[in-house]
Design a protein around this ligand. Structure first.
Ligand code: PMP
Length: 412
């Protein structure tokens, strides 16, 4: 059944009807939402599931002494199991955090402080989001390890020969993004992982931008850690996922401590629970986890295969249409990229472009996109970024192009 469904084209009109925010207008124009790399809009299915849970099913979890608490715990763990299945992991390998940022901080602090020492090396790439740079920089400063950087070529691809050259017995962990939030480049994470493992290094993949666009199989990739945020997958904010291989998580000390993550506390000594509970101190964001579970089920109903195919068409149309705008320079032209287009337009400041488009109800992002080293690499202070989701249309892109033509006329 699902195979047949996957072959049918996406019914975008029907999908759009399920995203209430797409029906609103902005500055008297219909909203054209093209900032999906920053955050995804929520389908009614997710909003309604969270509302129903809060209305009648809400209780705290993992205390288990009364019925509604037991039921809430069951729903909570069901969501964990659904998220685990979604990425081909075991539920025990899925830690709920507050976001991709916290997931990386957890690994850098817990794993990093235990396993890094002076002379060791941490490899990141030149296309990382600050969330996958700064935590490593901090733990390197603390432990004496060295941060080294895999370069990016002019199209926005990682220079794999340089990666091979940088890898060595000193490399203890490689932390790279699956998909660049600026360039849209899809990195060869399986090869990256296999090469790192060949040197005995661990691998963390930042999947924040990959998870809404493609089927992710953490076992297939064989990475040690994989992180993402719920809100970019059409779920709620304040929630993220850290996948870690069971034995690797088990080798790590707690990151945040307190309630829920302990076995036994005395004033002399505390013992900790196994992962994932060991890394989930305090009352978790129960409703948000229920919401993410629903988001995952929603995406599976739509079909990631169909999403990928449709987004590829949007990207091709976007690149073709925007390339006709005078003065446009695309930043990131790697083959097979995800549906993210970054560009500059002559000398016009990205913020001016964003403001002008906003007047027409078009929401795109302008700035450094939390990737200042990458901006330096391409010699620009900022770019404009349009990022497409499966609920966007060709008409959205045509509106963007029309707006950009107007911007060029006004500023030239
Ligand atoms: N990594 C990448 C590649 C991202 O695009 C983002 C979000 N812009 C993050 C990490 C951080 O995600 P969050 O802000 O949800 O923690």
């Amino acid at each position: 059944m699902s195979v047949i469904m996957e072959k049918e084209a996406l019914d975008v009109k029907k999908i759009r009807a399920g995203f209430p925010e797409l029906l609103r207008s902005v500055n008297a124009y219909p909203l054209v939402y093209l900032d999906n790399a920053a955050t995804g809009l929520k389908p009614s299915a997710v909003i309604e599931r969270m509302r129903a849970f809060d209305m009648l099913e809400y209780a705290t979890v993992r205390r288990g002494s009364y019925k509604i608490g037991e039921e809430a715990t069951e729903q909570f763990e069901l969501a964990r199991a659904d998220v685990a299945r979604f990425i081909n992991a075991n539920p025990g390998e899925v830690v709920f955090t507050s976001g991709a940022t916290q997931s990386i901080n957890l690994v850098a602090s817990s794993w990093g402080r235990k396993f890094l020492k002076e002379g060791d090396e941490v490899l990141v790439s030149a296309m990382e989001h600050h969330a996958n740079i700064v935590p490593w920089q901090m733990v390197c400063a603390e432990t004496g390890a060295k941060l080294r950087v895999i370069p990016v070529d002019d199209t926005g691809e990682l220079v794999m020969d340089e990666y091979a050259r940088l890898l060595g017995p000193r490399t203890k962990i490689v932390a790279v993004t699956h998909v660049s939030n600026v360039l849209g480049t899809v990195n060869p994470v399986r090869d990256i992982t296999a090469m790192a493992h060949g040197e005995g290094a661990r691998v963390l993949i930042d999947g924040a931008q990959a998870i809404p666009h493609m089927k992710v199989d953490v076992r297939g990739i064989d990475c040690d850690f994989y992180v993402f945020s719920s809100h970019k997958l059409y779920g709620p904010t304040g929630l993220g996922v850290l996948y870690g291989k069971a034995d690797v998580l088990e080798s790590m000390p707690p990151y945040v401590t307190g309630g829920d993550m302990i076995e036994r506390v005395t004033f002399e000594k505390t013992t900790f629970r196994k992962a994932p509970a060991r890394f989930e101190a305090g009352t978790p964001p129960v409703t948000q986890v229920i919401g993410l579970g629903e988001a995952v089920r929603y995406i599976q109903r739509v079909g990631l295969g169909r999403i990928e195919e449709y987004e590829r068409e949007l990207l091709e149309y976007g690149e073709r249409t925007l390339s006709a705008i005078p003065g446009i320079r695309f930043i990131g032209t790697a083959p097979g990229k995800a549906s993210i287009i970054s560009f500059t337009l002559g000398d016009i400041h990205p913020h001016d472009i964003v403001t002008a488009l906003d007047h027409h109800g078009v929401a795109v992002r302008g700035g450094h996109h939390c990737a200042q080293p990458l901006m330096d690499r391409f010699g620009v202070p900022a770019t404009v970024r349009a990022s497409f989701a499966f609920y966007n249309t060709f008409a959205d892109i045509a509106t963007l192009a029309e707006g950009l033509r107007e911007v060029v006329e006004v500023f030239s």
